[in-house]
Ligand binder design. Structure first.
Ligand code: ADP
Ligand code: MG
Length: 375
């Protein structure tokens, strides 16, 4: 999970911008309804990033109580899932099973996060893998020292990555010695889904929760079709805008978090199958029925790249109707080939709907510069 403060600037570049019509913009809502719902916005730093909650509620007291409940849920999940906080349950559980050689009992929240992570590891054929933690940590150090991790240490770390180094049963978690989890690629999605659930439990349905570019969206604002959301490109301008409701949308990419060593640009995203960072500049956005699915698949999208993503996603669509359906699944991947200082061309790989929106935005001058569609 990202808890470093420097991340805020990084995320600014990647942020999916949610532009929301103000109450003044209502078109079809009657005066009575206008009086009964007011737009509220709350912000706080959670899970190491600025989080924004936008919703319509009947009164200030309802709104404040709902926002407090959302923050409390974020804090709870952070205490469970953080890989920066040595006291987090996810770190303590690994330590406990390592020390005792027995299974470590785990909370319902941790179980769900690990189960979801395992499921997405299987579905993405290992492109999303929560056990990349030892590799992620070695490369975080590399960003500081500007050198590749020593091969011997990398090889040792590689043996702690994969589906076979851990499992869960009703008694809890078993993991090989040295195995650590990094659920940073899915935790924000889980927290966003929970945040929306917390709001809905309080009767707040028209809502959007934005964890610095990963969004969970509920019902549209009153009288509107959806929330207007900008989909990230590789530069500051969104690739295009769309109106969304009842979906999750998440973006992964290496806009600023990378290290250059001898002319190679190493991303903060790791390909767990080879335990090496990505070296192609990319930004990947996934729209899915939930924040959890969108978040995990956005990380996987960057790893799978243009060669593998279309086929893997098509397979998930076929095999998992409960997870993804055609009407609420889209993706856009922009890749910049070549190393530092090479060509500025982007390669675009996208679902048909997102490809059309991207092309239309380009034609109207809304989208970013030089692009080249993939075949
Ligand atoms: P963010 O939205 O914070 O940019 P992502 O959702 O893209 O993050 O997740 C990136 C984080 O997930 C990395 O910083 C690292 O902690 C972890 N990670 C990196 N590569 C993978 C991977 N292939 N599978 C799962 N988690 C990963
Ligand atoms: Mg992710």
């Amino acid at each position: 999970m990202k808890f470093s403060r420097s991340l805020r600037t990084t995320l600014a570049a990647l942020t999916i911008v949610a532009l929301v019509a103000s109450v003044m913009n209502y078109r079809t809502v009657g005066a009575e309804e206008l009086r009964s719902v007011t737009r509220f916005e709350f912000t706080a730093e959670k899970m190491g990033v600025p989080v924004r909650v936008l919703f319509y509620a009947p009164s200030e007291s309802v709104a404040e109580e709902a926002a407090e409940a959302v923050w409390a849920r974020f804090d709870e999940l952070n205490a469970t899932l953080s890989d920066w906080d040595p006291e987090s349950e996810i770190i303590q559980a690994c330590r406990a099973t390592e020390a005792s050689g027995e299974r470590a009992p785990i909370s319902a929240d941790l179980r769900r996060a690990l189960e979801e992570s395992r499921k997405f590891c299987e579905l993405t054929r290992g492109a999303f893998d929560p056990t990349v933690s030892p590799i992620v940590k070695l490369w975080r150090r590399s960003r500081y020292f500007h050198e590749r991790p020593p091969e011997k240490i990398l090889n040792e770390a590689k043996s702690k990555v994969g589906l076979d180094v851990w499992d869960l049963n009703e008694d809890g978690l078993r993991a090989d010695p040295g195995v650590r989890f990094d659920v940073g690629g899915i935790a924000k999605g889980i927290a966003l889904d929970e945040a929306l659930r917390v709001l809905q439990a309080r009767g707040v349905y028209s809502a959007l929760v934005d964890a610095s570019g990963d969004l969970r969206i509920g019902d549209p604002p009153p009288g509107r079709e959806g929330w207007r959301v900008g989909v990230s490109s590789l530069d500051d301008r969104p690739a295009f805008y769309c109106e969304l409701s009842n979906v999750g949308i998440a973006t992964s990419g290496d806009a600023n978090r990378y290290v250059e060593i001898e002319g190679v640009r190493y991303s903060h995203i790791i390909d767990p199958r080879i335990c090496e960072p990505l070296t192609t500049r990319c930004v990947g956005t996934v729209l899915a029925p939930t924040g959890t699915t969108a978040d995990a698949l956005a990380s996987a999208l960057c790893v799978l790249g243009r060669d593998e993503a279309p086929e893997v996603f098509a397979q998930i669509l076929r095999a998992e109707p409960a997870l993804l359906d055609e009407s609420r699944f889209d993706y856009l991947l922009l890749e910049k080939s070549g190393g530092v200082g090479e060509s500025d061309d982007y390669v675009v790989t996208a679902s048909p709907r997102f490809l059309k929106m991207y092309a239309d935005a380009r034609a109207s001058g809304e989208a970013s510069s030089a692009v080249r569609e993939s075949e």
